[in-house]
Design a protein around this ligand. Structure first.
Ligand code: ADP
Ligand code: XUL
Length: 537
């Protein structure tokens, strides 16, 4: 009977899913793509015009306007009186800077007026740096030095310093715009900003999203004072409270009650898209793995102990279950696949046919698609690298981009030490079964698609139910929460083809050698002629 609403404020779109938790079905599901639905903000794939390849900012007002628009659509499509709880997911690491007027103004919004223009005067910084920004190398080094080294930082916060993480981004803002930083009263993540808009007050953030900041101590689930001190002066007073993922952040504010007839229902603390996807793919126990092929490509799984990545490429985040999750993130995901598709004038259909009609292993040719500065492995100057591959070879590039991405995911996630025999695929490109066949062949694992592909939004809706029921009574079992709604489709199962898997087993070291060569750390494999093209975006 009760409905639960889950949002996903992602890089390119805002998705909302409403579930009927008794009937175990989705009663509403819709996405608003920022570039086309809100063109007045001028974004490209959700990013404001870029002045350098390592800079990526977006508009918090656009995110706010999308929530306003989406709640209008949700409440027009389903009976708002049945909604019993709301939660959300958001792209991780992005930060929103609010001034001292926000605390009171968020609770006094005029329901007769749209949201965005009322939020505009509350911003102490008009734009938000997002996870695709990699311009904070200097700040990463400064924070690492101040806390006593990368090992110490990663042992406490779950990651060494990463350019996109919120702490280094806050430090850069403090250094480049001290007045703007000075007039900032609260630094929110995208998740806690969105929750604040819903409850009309400053919302907390959860340990899952908090661990993407290089500021939170994983073991205490609270801010780690040495990192906070190393990041910017006076920061402790500007950070939100960290609250458990199941906690109630507040009640839907009068603004939304009067604007769209929502009842005063609880808003469960929002989290990051990866922690929410962990729930939305059903990874509530150790030993299962999911790969999300979204704007970013991410491999993740639940872990019981905060096993930190000794190679420094992966992360440990808090999980909504109170456990932890291991994950490794690749920036050149969907946008790199789209670049290849567009460069050779293809559609997804012709791209997929090409993939199907070309042999596993690409005849030994390797293509490294670093159109953007890459997170894993760290690549600061974007460029694509070809080994034995001609520039005009369309089919070679199509197979090359998919194989390189999946071999990189396989090689750089070994630190998670999970024996992978089953993979749940999610994210926009998980609709593409030809891509998933390569995934199955590279990993030698069965791959399943999920009935509900928007795993982050679904995870948020499930977390809303979990939070509301936990607040009302005894702890709710996660298996019961996901039952019937997170279902790998048996008919979608893709099995590894033994001959193709053997090809990749032999090709993985070649891929590693090409990667090392492209990074200036080793010779090119003898039999492959290298060529590179630098990318200026
Ligand atoms: P986000 O990370 O923003 O939530 P999504 O998970 O919604 O992104 O994925 C969006 C991406 O999905 C698009 O950028 C597009 O490249 C990709 N996509 C959609 N359909 C296909 C397809 N059939 N084959 C490959 N990629 C696809
Ligand atoms: C995670 C990361 C990305 C974003 C994309 O560390 O950077 O997956 O969360 O939304």
């Amino acid at each position: 009977m009760p409905y639960y609403l889950g949002f996903d404020s992602s890089t390119q779109s805002l998705t909302a899913i409403v579930i009927d938790s008794d009937a175990r079905r989705v009663v509403f599901e819709e996405s608003l793509v920022y570039d086309s639905v809100l063109p007045q903000y001028g974004t490209d794939h959700g990013i404001l015009p870029r002045s350098a390849p390592d800079l990526a900012v977006s508009s918090p007002l656009m995110w706010a306007e999308a929530i306003d628009l989406m709640l209008q659509r949700v409440t027009a499509a389903v009976d708002p009186g049945r909604i019993a709880g709301i939660s959300g997911s958001a792209q991780q690491h992005g930060s929103v800077y609010l001034n001292a007027a926000a605390a009171a103004a968020l609770g006094a919004l005029d329901p007769a007026r749209p949201l965005a223009p009322q939020v505009a005067p509350l911003l102490s910084r008009p734009v938000s740096p997002i996870w695709m920004d990699s311009s904070t190398g200097a700040e990463c080094a400064e924070i690492t030095g101040a806390v006593g080294g990368a090992e110490t930082l990663s042992r406490h916060t779950g990651s060494r310093a990463f350019e996109r993480f919120t702490g280094p981004q806050i430090r850069k803002f403090f250094k480049t715009d001290p007045a703007g930083y000075g007039s900032t009263d609260r630094v929110h993540l995208v998740s806690s900003f969105a929750a604040s808009l819903l409850i009309g007050a400053h919302a907390p953030l959860d340990p899952g999203d908090g661990s993407g900041m290089n500021l939170m101590d994983l073991t205490t689930g609270d801010w780690w004072p040495p990192a906070v001190a190393a990041t910017a002066p006076g920061l402790a007073a500007k950070l939100p409270r960290i609250a458990p993922a199941y906690s109630i952040a507040g009640t839907v504010s009068r603004y939304w009650q009067q604007r769209y007839g929502l009842p005063p229902v609880p808003v469960v603390t929002w989290s990051g898209d990866n922690p929410c996807s962990l729930i939305g793919t059903g990874l509530v126990r150790e030993g299962r793995i999911a790969i999300s092929l979204g704007t970013s490509d991410v491999i993740f799984g639940l872990i019981l102990e905060p096993r930190v990545d000794p190679t420094g490429t992966g992360h440990v985040f808090g999980a909504p279950t109170g456990d932890f999750m291991g994950l490794t993130v690749f920036k050149n995901g969907s946008l790199a696949r789209e670049r290849v598709r567009d460069e050779f004038g293809m559609t997804w259909q012709t791209f997929s046919q090409t993939l199907e009609n070309t042999p596993a292993g690409n005849g030994g040719r390797i293509f490294l698609p670093w159109y953007e500065p890459e997170i894993t492995p760290p690549v600061h100057t974007p460029g694509v690298h070809r080994y034995g591959l001609q520039k005009d070879d369309a089919a070679g590039h199509v197979r090359g981009v998919i194989e390189a991405q999946l071999m990189a995911i396989a090689r750089h996630s070994r630190w998670m030490a999970v024996n992978v025999d089953t993979i749940y695929a999610t994210g926009g490109a998980a609709a593409n079964r030809q891509i998933l066949q390569v995934m199955s062949d590279v990993f030698g694992a069965d791959v399943y698609q999920l009935e509900i592909g928007n795993s982050a939004a679904l995870g948020a809706a499930l977390r809303a139910r979990h939070g509301v029921e936990t607040a009302a009574g005894p702890a709710v079992d996660w298996d019961e929460v996901i039952r019937g709604l997170v279902e790998p489709m048996a008919s979608s199962r893709l099995r590894p083809r033994p001959a193709a898997h053997e090809v990749y087993r032999q090709l993985l070291p070649v891929h590693a050698a090409c990667e090392a060569h492209a990074l200036g750390k080793g010779p090119a494999p003898d039999h492959l002629t290298p060529s590179s093209t630098s990318i200026v975006s």
